[in-house]
Design a protein around this ligand. Structure first.
Ligand SMILES: Cc1cc2nc3c(=O)[nH]c(=O)nc-3n(C[C@H](O)[C@H](O)[C@H](O)COP(=O)(O)OP(=O)(O)OC[C@H]3O[C@@H](n4cnc5c(N)ncnc54)[C@H](O)[C@@H]3O)c2cc1C
Length: 272
């Protein structure tokens, strides 16, 4: 065991947990053609913190056909399973049910593959959650933009906004059937853009954002998705619109052609 993992283990014990949670699937279904909703339930969710919708978490993915006992042992003692970052879409304390929405982008990614096959009784490891990404809604005008990977964080933000909020929400999804029902304030103009091949770079969100009549007053953003799109939008918001950093949640969630570990490394190196 490395020093870092030893320190992590001691910190978890002090916080009353001895390691990641081993979550069990209660139900899983296609929310839309390219999005899978998984609801986890069971005693492992005891003590799960409330109010973390929109926060992110690390999911540890079992190998194909891995037995629950050997995966549970691996969560405690290593070797560390594949880890992927996801968003808490909902947690209901009364029923202790946790919802996470997975983009179904094929079998190449371990997390996407796991979700595509998920059924009641399946399991994975869970660490987190972090604090939510957008907690204060103090703007005159909101700009929300998301591809499918960021619909969970965007939906949580839109649902938490004051009901008299004004602004624009842009969702770029794979097919018309991928539109979701989200409780969006009436003063937010909603645009659903269709991009059938998410592996092709797209400028559709940026083109639309650049065409907007930019409002007077304070602007807050909740924007996430493919890193190339995000990089370009980040530059636009900072350099052309001069939105202060503290009002700007903008984050690359994945990158065309890179698995998550390589994408995270590219981000750390300033290349994504
Ligand atoms: C803070 C944060 C929160 C996130 N929340 C969510 C969430 O709630 N739901 C969600 O679905 N994703 C979310 N993501 C994105 C998710 O972590 C990545 O999509 C991750 O790469 C998926 O892992 P994988 O094992 O399926 O694919 P990987 O093994 O990482 O990648 C395999 C291949 O699939 C491609 N790929 C990865 N993601 C996508 C995608 N979305 N669409 C098309 N191709 C893709 C990669 O470029 C690569 O070529 C979040 C990311 C971050 C940083």
């Amino acid at each position: 065991m490395t020093l870092v993992s030893k320190v992590t283990q001691v910190a978890r014990k002090m916080a009353g947990r001895s390691g990641p949670r081993l979550l069990s699937v209660k139900d899983a279904w296609r929310l839309t053609p390219n999005m899978i909703r998984v609801v986890f339930a069971g005693p492992e969710l005891a003590g799960f913190p409330e109010g973390r919708e929109g926060g992110n978490c690390k999911l540890m993915i079992p190998d194909i056909n891995e037995a629950k006992e050997s995966f549970a042992a691996r969560l405690q003692n290593g070797p560390t399973p594949v880890r992927r970052t996801y968003t808490v879409r909902q947690f209901v304390a009364e029923t202790q049910e946790l919802t996470i929405d997975f983009v179904a982008h094929g079998d190449e990614g371990p997390a996407s593959r796991w979700a595509t096959q998920a059924k009641p009784g399946d399991f994975l490891g869970f660490a987190g959650p972090s604090a939510p990404k957008v907690t204060q809604f103090i703007a005159d005008w909101y700009l929300v933009a998301a591809d499918p990977s960021a619909i969970p964080v965007a939906a949580v933000a839109l649902e938490a906004m004051p009901r008299d909020a004004k602004g624009v929400a842009i969702f770029e999804v794979t097919s018309p059937g991928d539109r979701q029902d989200i409780k969006i304030p009436a003063g937010i103009d909603v645009h659903w853009l269709i991009q059938p091949d998410p592996h092709q770079p797209s400028t559709a969100q940026e083109d639309l954002i650049r065409s907007l009549d930019w409002p007077q007053g304070r602007v807050q953003t909740c924007i996430a998705g493919e890193s190339g799109v995000i990089r370009s939008l980040r530059g636009f918001l900072a350099n052309e619109k001069h939105i202060p950093r503290e009002d700007t949640y903008i984050s690359g969630y994945w990158k065309i052609g890179l698995v998550e570990d390589d994408h995270q490394k590219a981000k750390r190196d300033g290349n994504a």
